[in-house]
Write a protein that binds this ligand. Structure first.
Ligand code: AMP
Ligand code: ZN
Length: 113
């Protein structure tokens, strides 16, 4: 499958993993929007939240736990951080492999509600 994040997860594109386990990898965003800008992705190719199967819902819970763990390890827990999942064209999703942005290290701008 021609998916850049599948290739990163499979090690076919050399990347430095900030975190990895059986189900997830985390790596630096190539165009960081904050001092810390990490992408957490499931190794499994899931296109988006909209395409999430019921069976994959527990995986999302574990993805949140990975985000918490990585943020803690990087010393972001005290000052805070932002988790973002863009979905579809209006949500600004560009890479069609589910990923969560972990942003921190500075006061982030006011967000859209
Ligand atoms: P989204 O708009 O939510 O689909 O975000 C996709 C993100 O992936 C953007 O922030 C890009 O900078 C990032 N990105 C795209 N290709 C790569 C890559 N090869 N390595 C790291 N980050 C990437
Ligand atoms: Zn993929």
């Amino acid at each position: 499958m021609d998916c850049i994040f599948c290739k990163i997860a499979a090690g076919q594109i050399p990347s430095e993993f900030i975190y990895q386990d059986d189900d997830f990898v985390a790596f630096n965003d190539i165009h960081p929007q904050a001092p810390t800008h990490i992408l957490i992705i499931p190794k499994k190719h899931i296109v988006s939240i909209a395409e999430l199967a019921d069976d994959d819902v527990p995986l999302l819970g574990r993805m949140m736990a990975v985000a918490k763990h990585v943020a803690q390890e990087l010393g972001l827990a005290q000052n805070g951080y932002r988790l973002i999942i863009n979905n579809g064209p209006d949500g600004g999703q560009v890479v069609m492999h589910l990923h969560m942005h972990l942003l921190g290290g500075r006061k982030l701008p006011d967000k859209m509600k």
